[in-house]
Ligand binder design. Sequence first.
Ligand code: HEC
Length: 220
Amino acid sequence: MKKIAWNYLIIGFGVLLSACGSGERVSKEVFDEVNANMEVKRLTEAEILQEAMIWGDSISTEAQRQLITALQNAIAEGGPAGAIDFCHVNALPILAEVAEPHSITIRRASNRYRNPADQPTEREKPILEAYEYNAENGISSDPNIQKFDGGETYLYTKAIVIPGGFCLSCHGDPGKDIDEATLSKIQELYPEDKATGHEVGDLRGMWSLQIPKSEVVKRM
Ligand code: HEC
């Protein structure tokens, strides 16, 4: 009985030594095993695309959450008119901050834009039009992913639909949903504004994320 306990102790000590890096060379078996595992990790394009889809969804959801939280705080402080000032200064920096640690870009694109910086690019146009077509015909849209840069970058997009009356205080009908102070703030800061007259359920635009394939692979 005593002898067995000793054996355990010796084995335990040995494990401890190697765990601390006693300078022992990695045996061929271990080396081969690591290589075999790396082999298994060779990913298919479909798996990478699927991961990009999941990641795109989670980052755009996070960005949405951050914008809405900031917006609600700004409204609580300065009402909708004050929050227009807040969004004018902070909407794009908040998105940049969400994107930055992931080495991706995040933006929102809309044909009925408030900020002219949110006009769709040539690459985004046909996708946005497809979302618009679906919305006009009562078809719900799934998120979409496309490759560009010879397959090295993904463009992830997701429709932004007006979820509730909360948005209408700045995107609904002037006079009815949007009060006068808010409307004049909008006109002052966004003379080209096209983002009013919306109803709940309308397409407001889309999320547009550029995700390098290499960043997706790093996560897998
Ligand atoms: C307090 C006013 C206010 C409210 C409430 C509000 N927005 Fe906006 N929204 C703005 C402003 C201001 C901008 C322009 C931000 C900028 O300069 O980047 C904007 C821009 C956007 C954009 C980017 C496209 C564009 O038009 O430039 C989308 C999409 C959007 N809003 C969706 C929503 C949704 C969805 C809701 C409700 C959850 C909402 N907004 C609620 C003021 C508001």
